[in-house]
Design a protein around this ligand. Structure first.
Ligand SMILES: Cc1ncc(COP(=O)(O)O)c(C=O)c1O
Length: 399
C-alpha cells in the first residue's frame, strides 16, 4: 500500500483535542479569549471570530453597505479566486465585478482594478491568493480617495507579510479563514479584522445577530475535529480515503451557513495558536525550497513574488505550460504518495457566466490560462524535506 500524504491540512495533537473538548462546556464568552490571543499574535486590533471566512466577508459587506450610499453596489474581485466569494456578495444584495489577474504574479492586476472602479464601486477585494501577498500599498490612497473601501482577503495568506505587516491587517478591513485547507485551521472558522474602534460596535452587532449553534451541534463539531485529526494523518488518510472523499468539495456551493463562532473551535484555536509561528515557518521553508528547485524549468511559470514579502505558502502554485503534462505530474506524484490539486479548474466567470462582460470574446484571458494549467504543490507541515526533493525531481522530469 502506498501511503498518501494529503495535499493540505495541519495535524492536531492530543492537547488540541483535550482543549477543544473543554469548549463543549464553555459559554460564548470563551470565544473572546481566542480573539484577544489572535490580536496579541498579530499585534493588531480588532478581531471578531465567525464560523467561516465566507461569513466574515458577508458581515463586512453588510457593514459597508449600511454606511454607504445605496447606489454603491459593486464589489471588484479577481476573476481567478475562490468561487464561493460570489455568494456573500449576492446575499448582501451587492454586485460582483471581475478584474483579470496578472500573468506574472498570479494575483489580481491592481492596474486593471483601478481602471474598473466606477461611481458605483463600493469595495475592492484584494485577495492574497496561495499565500502570496498582493503589493497594493502604492494604490491604497488613490482607491480611498475614490470613496472605495479596500477589503483584504487573507483567507489563504495567514502569516504572510509584506513591508513587514501581516496580510489581512494592512488595509482597515480584512478577513481570514480557518478552514481545514488553510495555513492554520480550527476545522472551520473565520476572522474579521477591523482597525477602527468606531466601527467595532456595529460590526460586532451584525456578527452577534447571527444564530449560534446548540450544545448538540457543539458535540458534533467536536466529533468532526476528532475525525479531522485522524484524516490529515497520511496513514489514516490513505485507509479512510473512500470516506474522506465524500467530505471534499466537488461541486459549486449554492449557499453558505452563517453562524456565530463556537467555544469548541475557539478553544481548539487557543491551543493551535501556540504553534502558529512554527507552522508558518515550515510552510515558508517548503515553499522557498520548491521555488529554488523549480525556478530554472522553462516549461513552468512560477509566480513573481513581491519585494519585501515573506510568503507563507498555502500551497505552492505552478503553471505547467503544456496542459497535458499537468495531469501527468499529478499522477506521477500520486504514485509516490504525494497528493497535489488543481484547485479551481475554471475562472469565476466560467462558473457564473453572467459575470462575463462579453460573452463572445474571452474577457479575462490570464485567469483562464492560469485555471487550466495550475497545479498546486503541498507546503504544509507534514511535508518533509525529502518529499520536497522528490516533488522537485518529478516536476522537473515531467513538466
Ligand atoms: C481566497 C479565499 N477567500 C475566501 C474563502 C472562504 O473561506 P471559508 O472556506 O472559511 O468560508 C476561501 C476558501 O476557500 C478562499 O480560498
Amino acid at each position: 500500500m502506498i501511503v498518501i500524504t494529503p495535499s493540505a491540512g495541519i495535524p492536531y495533537f492530543p492537547p488540541d483535542i483535550i482543549k477543544s473538548a473543554t469548549g463543549i462546556f464553555r459559554t460564548k464568552r470563551a470565544i473572546n479569549i481566542f480573539e484577544r490571543k489572535i490580536e496579541n499574535f498579530f499585534g493588531a486590533k480588532y478581531f471578531i471570530a465567525t464560523n467561516s471566512g465566507t461569513t466574515a466577508f458577508y458581515i463586512i459587506l453588510l457593514f459597508l453597505k449600511s454606511i454607504s450610499p445605496s447606489d454603491k453596489k459593486e464589489v471588484i474581485l479577481p476573476a481567478y479566486t475562490a468561487p464561493s466569494l460570489i455568494l456573500p456578495i449576492k446575499r448582501a444584495g451587492l454586485e460582483p465585478k471581475l478584474a483579470d489577474i496578472h500573468p506574472e504574479t498570479f494575483n489580481m492586476d491592481i492596474q486593471k482594478v483601478l481602471e474598473s472602479i466606477t461611481k458605483k464601486t463600493l469595495s475592492v477585494l484584494v485577495v492574497h491568493m496561495f499565500g502570496i501577498p498582493v503589493d497594493f500599498k502604492h494604490v491604497q490612497e488613490s482607491i480611498k480617495k475614490k470613496d472605495v473601501y479596500v477589503i483584504e482577503d487573507a483567507a489563504s495568506s495567514m502569516g504572510s507579510k509584506i513591508y513587514g505587516k501581516y496580510t489581512g491587517t494592512i488595509a482597515e478591513i480584512g478577513f481570514f479563514s480557518l478552514n481545514r485547507g488553510k495555513n492554520t485551521s480550527n476545522l472551520t472558522g473565520g476572522l474579521i479584522y477591523l482597525r477602527n474602534k468606531e466601527n467595532l460596535k456595529r460590526v460586532k452587532k451584525l456578527a452577534g445577530d447571527l444564530p449560534s449553534i446548540s450544545s448538540l451541534q457543539k458535540i458534533n463539531t467536536f466529533a468532526k475535529i476528532c475525525g479531522l485529526s485522524l484524516a490529515v494523518r497520511p496513514f489514516f488518510y490513505t485507509v479512510l480515503n473512500p470516506l474522506i472523499s465524500k467530505y471534499k468539495y466537488t461541486t459549486l456551493h449554492k449557499d453558505f451557513d452563517a453562524y456565530q463562532y463556537n467555544s469548541v473551535q475557539s478553544a481548539l484555536g487557543e491551543e493551535v495558536l501556540k504553534r502558529y509561528k512554527i507552522i508558518f515557518k515550515l510552510r515558508k521553508r517548503n515553499g522557498d525550497m520548491l521555488y529554488k528547485g523549480l525556478k530554472n524549468n522553462s516549461n513552468l511559470v512560477l509566480p513573481t513574488l513581491p519585494h519585501n514579502a515573506e510568503v507563507v505558502f498555502n500551497q505552492f502554485p505552478i503553471v505547467v505550460k503544456n496542459k497535458k503534462n499537468k495531469e501527468i505530474i499529478f499522477r506521477k506524484l500520486l504514485e509516490v504518495g504525494i497528493e497535489t490539486t488543481f484547485l479551481y479548474e475554471k475562472p469565476l466567470h466560467h462558473f457564473y457566466p453572467e459575470l462575463s462582460p462579453d460573452r463572445k470574446k474571452e474577457p479575462f484571458p490570464y485567469s483562464l490560462f492560469l485555471a487550466e494549467r495550475l497545479l498546486l504543490l503541498p507546503t504544509h507541515p507534514q511535508i518533509s524535506t525529502q518529499k520536497i526533493r522528490t516533488i522537485i525531481e518529478i516536476v522537473n522530469e515531467y513538466a
